[in-house]
Design a protein around this ligand. Structure first.
Ligand SMILES: Cc1cc2nc3c(=O)[nH]c(=O)nc-3n(C[C@H](O)[C@H](O)[C@H](O)COP(=O)(O)O)c2cc1C
Length: 190
């Protein structure tokens, strides 16, 4: 069987964002892990407008070319690692918008949460995101990565340099994503 596709979804879209370094780190860690074919999905590059479809996404009657393209992208994933900052004690609107655009494309797929922020390590973003993922029938794995004072881990070249705990946490999340993905793949093809 082919390796499952893991999409690392970078949720910050703002100019000057710092968190793209966190997403690149997770992308690299996942590539080294070896269990997945890894894609970085940068919501800034995807560039979706505010949700502009007339029909409920579960009908898949998409009218906009950008929705069809987004649907194709997400469809080919078997699992996701959402890399998100905390904005006002939640996750960015760009991520909610990207999630709302689709429905079945997300369903029965595992999700790992990688959050970053100040003292809170993005944990409130994680708490806000989980019920949304649940509504879309995604399965968030318990192993997650939360980075407090994350800018301290970014060097002058904008590279995220994890400590041993973060690295171990990232590997544990990837192991669990792979384990759950195997079961969910069977469920999706049943
Ligand atoms: C609109 C906005 C809201 C923010 N709210 C929070 C917050 O609730 N908690 C927190 O820890 N940091 C918060 N921050 C600070 C962010 O952690 C910090 O700006 C970080 O760089 C944002 O990630 P990004 O650079 O990848 O966009 C906020 C930043 C912005 C721009």
């Amino acid at each position: 069987m082919s390796r499952p596709v893991l999409q690392v979804v970078a949720a910050s879209t703002r100019p000057g964002r710092r968190g793209i370094a966190v997403a690149r780190w997770i992308e690299q860690l996942a590539a080294e892990h070896g269990g997945f074919d890894v894609e970085l999905v940068d919501l800034a590059e995807v560039g979706l407008p505010l949700f502009d479809e007339p029909h409920h996404p579960r009908l898949r009657r998409y009218e906009q070319p950008h929705t069809r393209a987004w649907s194709e992208t997400v469809d080919r994933a078997d699992a996701f690692a959402f890399v998100t900052p905390e904005y006002n004690h939640s996750f960015p609107g760009a991520l909610k918008n990207a999630l709302d655009f689709l429905s079945a494309e997300w369903a029965d797929k595992a999700a790992g949460l990688v959050t970053y922020g100040g003292a809170s390590a993005g944990l409130r973003a994680s708490a806000a995101l989980k019920p949304v993922l649940g509504a879309l029938r995604m399965v968030p794995v318990v192993e997650a990565v939360s980075v407090p004072f994350f800018a301290r881990f970014i060097d002058e070249e904008d590279v995220f340099v994890p400590n041993v705990e973060l690295e171990a946490g990232g590997k544990a999340m990837l192991d669990e994503l792979l384990r759950v993905t195997a079961g969910l793949r069977a469920l999706r093809t049943a």
